[in-house]
Ligand binder design. Structure first.
Ligand SMILES: C[S@@+](CC[C@H](N)C(=O)[O-])C[C@H]1O[C@@H](n2cnc3c(N)ncnc32)[C@H](O)[C@@H]1O
Length: 221
């Protein structure tokens, strides 16, 4: 079920961690089935917008570490630390070994990170589970932990995700953009990039993307 941000609770829905704990072992089978290309789109768009490493990255809501996996196909060396609210996702991400480290944590835990530490801050398909207060806090943390010249890249579904069995939020692209800009981020790309049932933004003739997936990429100077 999708709810509008107007009716959003102030904190992340408590069932998110539980939901992804149950999904964790079969998460990658699920993403293959629906052809979720979010991590590939995110990295492809990052490179197009001028990011060329080095990659010391923080990936928020890392799941099984698929963003790091794609980054490793394009860059060397790659060092990614993941955060995820789901203990089972964290366990599987560490078993999969794409991230160098995945910790159980949410937005508030990012306060433990040093300032000016990372070249890249990513979050792929996660904002849909965060309240507007959380995305505000997330953009503040991204600006704090990134080095000058560091890039942020986030994808989300402005109409809420189609994840079955879980409530998701809708974010107004203008509001999200202004949250990142107000912390000094210069937006380089804000676009609709397809998503599920969509391969790298190229629609197959007989299929349409099932959901609209947006990307926001920027840089702190
Ligand atoms: C749709 S999955 C995306 C996983 C990964 N980014 C990818 O693209 O394959 C969403 C992930 O965000 C995590 N997540 C949701 N809300 C979160 C929060 N408040 N803090 C940290 N992680 C969160 C979930 O546990 C889940 O692993």
């Amino acid at each position: 079920m999708t709810v509008s941000s107007a009716s959003a609770a102030r904190t992340t829905y408590p069932n998110v961690a539980e939901h992804f704990n149950l999904q964790a072992s079969k998460y990658n089978i699920g993403v293959e089935k629906v052809r979720w290309t979010g991590p590939q789109i995110l990295v492809q768009q990052l490179i197009k917008s001028g990011f060329n490493g080095p990659v010391k990255g923080l990936d928020f809501g890392t799941g099984r570490g698929n963003v790091a996996k794609v980054l490793k196909e394009k860059f060397n060396p790659v060092n990614v630390k993941g955060y995820d609210v789901s203990a089972e996702m964290v366990r599987h991400a560490n078993l999969d070994g794409h991230n160098d480290l995945t910790l159980k944590g949410g937005v508030r835990d990012l306060a433990e990170e040093n300032e000016n530490e990372y070249h890249l801050f990513t979050s792929c398909g996660v904002l849909d589970f965060l309240t507007p207060e959380d995305t505000e806090a997330l953009s503040a943390q991204a600006s704090r932990v990134l080095k000058p010249g560091g890039y942020f890249a986030v994808t989300y579904e402005p109409r809420g995700t189609s994840f079955p069995g879980i409530q998701t939020l809708q974010h107004d692209p203008k509001v999200l953009r202004s949250q990142f800009e107000s912390k000094g981020g210069r937006v380089l790309v804000q676009a609709s990039v397809g998503g599920l049932y969509d391969n790298f933004g190229v629609k197959t003739p007989h299929e349409k993307p099932r959901v609209e997936n947006h990307i926001l990429i920027g840089k702190y100077l």
